[in-house]
Design a protein around this ligand. Structure first.
Ligand SMILES: Cc1ncc(COP(=O)(O)O)c(C=O)c1O
Length: 405
C-alpha cells in the first residue's frame, strides 16, 4: 500500500464507505425510474450521435444506481489518491456477498480484464516474470492444483460465444477449439469434456450472443468430471437477468472445485459499463496464478466507489430485472406477431431469427439510426438486439418492420 494512501484521512474513507448505507436511506422514497434530466440524458447518450438508438452492446439503458452517482460525486476530491483501501473495501463487500474469503476475490478493470488474466495465466506459454517456457503438466484427475503454470494451454470455447477471450488466447498462440452450441443453444459440455486437456475451458452462462443458458445440472456434472489440471472459467456477466429454474450461478461450487473461476461484472445490471469494474471468485491457489499478470491498481477509484455503493442498492437489481423482463416480453411478442422467433432469452438482449441473411438487415437498421449487434458467423440468420428502454424498442420495431417489409 502506498504511503500516500495510508495517510488518507480515515474520516474521509469512512464517509465514503458510509455513503452507500446513508444514501440507501435517503433514496428509499425516490423511484429508481425517476426520469433523467435533459442534461443527464445528453450525458447518457454522448457516445452515440443524437437520434441514434444504441442496442448493440448489451448495456444497461437505465444507467448506474443513484447511490453510485452520489458516491462518485463525493469521491472526486480523493481521486488524487491510489485506490488501495477502497479496493480492499470492495473486496470485503464482494467476499461477504458471495460467502467466500477475501483472498478468493480478484477485482478487475471490467470483467474483460479478468478474461484476459485467465487467458494469460492458463493459455500463456511463459511463466510470469520469467522467459523460461514451462513444461506441460501430466494429465491428472482430482487432487490439488499443480503449483506451476501449465503453459501454452488449449482454449476450448462454444461457438458462438463472447469472443474477447479468444483474441487474448490467440495472442498467446494457444490452440483454440470451438465447439458448436447444442440444438437448444446450450454449451455442448460432453464434447467440451472429451476435448479437455489442460489449458482453459470458457463457459459463458448465460451465453453472449445467444442469451441462452446451459442447464445447472449439466454444468454441475461437467464441473465434477473436468480434470483438475484443466481450468474452467464460467462467465456470469448476465447472471442477474437469468430467471429460469434451470439456471444457477456456480459461485457456490468454487469451494469444492479448485479449477473453477467465476467472472462477474458491474457493467450490466449495475449500469457501469463505462466505468470498468468486474471481478472473479476462485480458490486462493487459482488467484495466485492470475495476480502476477495484473497491472497494479488496475481499477480506478471512481469505479470502485460506484461499485461499493451499487452493492448497497438492492433496487438497482430488482428494478433492472423487472424493466428488462417487461420490455423483453413486449419486444419478443411483437416480433413473434410478425412471425420472427427469438431464442428464449435469459439476458438483457435477444437473438432473433430473421430467416434470411442478417447482415443486410443490420446495415439497413443502422441507416435508420438503430444500431444492433454485429453479425455472428455461426448464426448468420440471427440479429442480436439489446433490450433498451421501451421507446427505444418501439423505434427498433418500427425500423425493423420497414426493413423486412
Ligand atoms: C459475456 C461477457 N463477458 C464479459 C463482458 C465484458 O464485460 P466488462 O464490461 O465487465 O468488461 C461482456 C461484455 O459485453 C460480455 O458480454
Amino acid at each position: 500500500m502506498s504511503e500516500i494512501t495510508k495517510r488518507l484521512s480515515r474520516r474521509k474513507f469512512a464517509q465514503l464507505l458510509g455513503a452507500g448505507a446513508a444514501y440507501t436511506v435517503a433514496q428509499r422514497g425516490v423511484s429508481w425510474r425517476t426520469p433523467l434530466r435533459a442534461a443527464d440524458t445528453r450525458r447518457h447518450f454522448t457516445s452515440t450521435p443524437a437520434g441514434v438508438v444504441r442496442l448493440s452492446a448489451n448495456e444497461n439503458p437505465y444507467g448506474p444506481s443513484p447511490m453510485a452517482l452520489k458516491a462518485m460525486t463525493e469521491a472526486f476530491n480523493i481521486s488524487c489518491r491510489y485506490p488501495d483501501e477502497h479496493a480492499d473495501a470492495l473486496i470485503e463487500a464482494l467476499a461477504k456477498l458471495n460467502g467466500v474469503e477475501r483472498n478468493q476475490i480478484l477485482v478487475g478493470n471490467g470483467s474483460g480484464e479478468i478474461l484476459k488474466l485467465c487467458a494469460a495465466a492458463f493459455t500463456g506459454s511463459l511463466e510470469p516474470g520469467n522467459n523460461r517456457p514451462v513444461a506441460l503438466l501430466p494429465r491428472s484427475r482430482g487432487g490439488a492444483l499443480p503449483s506451476f503454470i501449465p503453459g501454452r494451454g488449449k482454449m476450448i470455447v462454444a461457438d458462438p460465444t463472447f469472443e474477447a477471450i479468444l483474441n487474448h488466447a490467440r495472442v498467446n498462440q494457444a490452440e483454440v477449439l470451438k465447439i458448436p452450441l447444442t440444438g437448444s443453444f446450450s454449451h455442448d459440455l460432453s464434447k467440451m469434456l472429451a476435448a479437455a486437456n489442460q489449458g482453459l475451458i470458457y463457459i459463458c452462462n448465460p451465453n453472449n450472443p445467444t442469451a441462452s443458458i446451459t442447464p445447472k445440472k449439466e454444468l454441475r456434472d461437467f464441473l465434477d468430471k473436468v480434470p483438475r489440471d484443466t481450468m474452467v472459467l464460467v462467465d456470469e456477466a448476465y447472471h442477474h437477468y437469468a430467471d429460469s429454474p434451470d439456471y444457477e450461478s456456480v459461485i457456490p461450487l468454487v469451494k469444492s472445485h479448485p479449477n473453477l473461476i467465476v467472472a462477474r461484472t458491474f457493467s450490466k445490471i449495475y449500469g457501469m459499463a463505462g466505468l470498468r469494474c468486474g471481478y472473479c471468485v476462485a480458490q486462493p491457489e487459482a488467484m495466485q496464478r492470475l495476480r502476477p499478470h495484473q497491472t497494479w491498481d488496475s481499477v480506478n477509484i471512481m469505479a470502485i466507489t460506484a461499485a461499493i455503493a451499487s452493492l448497497g442498492d438492492a433496487d438497482q437489481v430488482t428494478n433492472g430485472q423487472r424493466l428488462n423482463r417487461e420490455t423483453k416480453k413486449f419486444v419478443t411478442e411483437e416480433l413473434s406477431a410478425l412471425s420472427y422467433a427469438s431464442i428464449p432469452s435469459q439476458a438483457n438482449f435477444i437473438m432473433v431469427n430473421v430467416k434470411r441473411e442478417a447482415r443486410p438487415i443490420i446495415g439497413a437498421l443502422a441507416q435508420r439510426g438503430v444500431q444492433i449487434g454485429r453479425p455472428f458467423p455461426a448464426l448468420p440468420n440471427h440479429l442480436r438486439v439489446t433490450i433498451g428502454k421501451r421507446p427505444e424498442m418501439e423505434t427498433f420495431l418500427s425500423a425493423f418492420r420497414q426493413v423486412v417489409a
